[in-house]
Design a protein around this ligand. Sequence first.
Ligand code: G3H
Ligand code: 13P
Ligand code: ZN
Length: 311
Amino acid sequence: MGLVTTTEMFKKAYEGGYAIGAFNVNNMELIQGITEAAGELKAPLILQVSAGARKYAKHSYLVKLVEAALEEVDIPIALHLDHGADFEICKSVIDGGFTSVMIDGSHLPFEENIALTKRVVEYAHSKGVVVEGELGQLAGIEDDVNVSEEDASFTQPDEVEEFVDRTGVDSLAIAIGTSHGAFKFKPGQTPQLRFDILAEIERRLPNFPIVLHGASSVSPEYVKIINENGGKLQDAIGIPEDMLRQAAKSAVCKINIDSDLRLALTAGVREVLWQKPEVFDPRGYLDLGRQYVKELVKHKIVNVLGCDGKA
Ligand code: G3H
Ligand code: 13P
Ligand code: ZN
């Protein structure tokens, strides 16, 4: 099967009350760990690439690695641009074979966000590619942008219909209390998701797929492995998995996970390098990182997303 768009996946996810995992990738081990997990569980999958990841690994390497994965597993996979900052990067990945893009105009004034998103939608749709827009701003870090908690703002439900109508976007990322990065909340802080805002958006946009960014749960298991093997990560709190499960049953059809993958891969690499200092063959340490990524993704598919067997 070749790469697909998210149209069919989201339609089935919306109707079936589950979500598709959108996992960030930037190397072969991540792509293999994630696709093997989804392949074995027959789960539809979104692989997403940030501008930083594309710069690191190079566009063509990532596309070819994902194409190679498609030869190994029999599941629908969409290749998505994460947090596209401008029209040019969206056009470049569309021309280069991606099937889905995000144009992130969430930091712009409403009218400017609409104008930019609409321009990307017109180009993307003319090439059969789907577009995710965003309203509202998450706290946290992505590439060089660091949005402080004070600058973060929840999505305003009274803006969503006009935004979707005027831009023609295929899905909408919203801010309801998730946040980017591994250190989302300080110890003692209780993570809260604004399910009331989500319900109001769902009411105003019937049958429309919603996206949650910043949805890593920051498993203490991987932080523990890292810190027991020479790491120095502070205690971290992510989005509780029961909240994500609840979201996956609603209009939320795409759940973005990056930080959890970083922690899993690093846990495996650290464990080998710390326990076996004589190892210097990269395969000797990357293999365990890849295995931890695979286990993590299987856990998310079954226990959080509910998309196993839906391919
Ligand atoms: O939302 C941001 C993603 O975690 C990508 O992070 O820009 O550091 O690759 P990155
Ligand atoms: P996390 O940092 O919570 O994994 O969020 C990833 C994300 O939203 C990618 O767009
Ligand atoms: Zn994001």
